[in-house]
Ligand binder design. Structure first.
Ligand code: ADP
Ligand code: MG
Length: 226
């Protein structure tokens, strides 16, 4: 089943087109990686999918999914290191979209936050101050927060930015596990995967006017032909 369909979609700012005429379907269970140089429109595409910017042309169809029930981890979430919040408070804030007219968290939201801390293996950090964590730990906390918003689709904008290679590996392993074992559909923008170590099942490559969308196998074959 298609969760999201992009039909002849063009996106940009003030009518300047950044992404032109894209057609693709995100199927339930997909792991789509979006690659491409800086400024190629990767983040813009994601903002469009999240409904943060309106299409210039074309449309986005959501099946069985509301845009505010997509988990989103933005690029370089700069949380001030003196930010006086505990890990649990930050993760819990990911449930805000579930509150509806309530203005307070109930046991249900707290359970969701706790179970996502467990899934990411960071339960022991629960009462720590966010500012005291390492970069890798912070990314796991922000991933747990984005997971609180969704049971279907996570969108991650360069989640491994600024991490050392060990923390990167660990984070990718967790994200793959969310896709394989928790059946969460993933759209991930990434910089540090070349064609020899791609993960996921589909690739969207935004490179000048040479847009590629297809399976990982097709992409690798294309790269070897170039
Ligand atoms: P990427 O994530 O691939 O690095 P972006 O989607 O951030 O690329 O940016 C694509 C293009 O859109 C760039 O030329 C950038 O300058 C422009 N752009 C991004 N955000 C805005 C904005 N808020 N207003 C105007 N132009 C923007
Ligand atoms: Mg970007």
């Amino acid at each position: 089943m298609n969760l999201i369909e992009l039909n002849n979609l063009s996106l940009g700012y003030n009518n300047n087109i950044v992404i032109d005429n894209i057609n693709l379907n995100i199927e339930d269970g997909d792991f789509l990686c979006i690659v491409g140089p800086n400024g190629s429109g990767k983040s813009t595409l994601i903002k469009g999918i999240l409904g943060l910017i309106k299409p210039i042309k074309g449309k986005i169809i959501y099946n069985d999914l509301k845009p505010n029930f997509i988990g989103y981890m933005p690029q370089e979430t700069k949380v001030n290191s003196n930010f006086p919040a505990t890990v649990f408070e930050i993760v819990l804030s990911g449930t805000l979209n579930r509150l509806g007219l309530k203005s307070f968290y109930t046991k249900k939201e707290k359970q969701i936050a706790l179970s996502n801390l467990k899934i990411l293996g960071i339960e022991s950090l629960k009462n720590k101050s966010f500012g005291d964590l390492s970069g890798g730990q912070r990314q796991k906390v922000l991933l747990a927060r984005s997971l609180c918003a969704t049971s279907k689709l996570l969108i991650l904008d360069e989640p491994s930015n600024n991490l050392d290679s060990k923390s990167k590996k660990e984070l990718y392993k967790i994200i793959l596990d969310l896709n394989n074992n928790y059946k969460i559909t993933i759209i991930m923008i990434t910089h540090d995967l070349d064609h020899n170590n791609l993960i996921g099942n589909k690739i969207l490559s935004l490179k000048d006017d040479d847009i590629f969308y297809g399976t990982v196998d097709e992409f690798v074959r294309k790269v070897h032909h170039e």
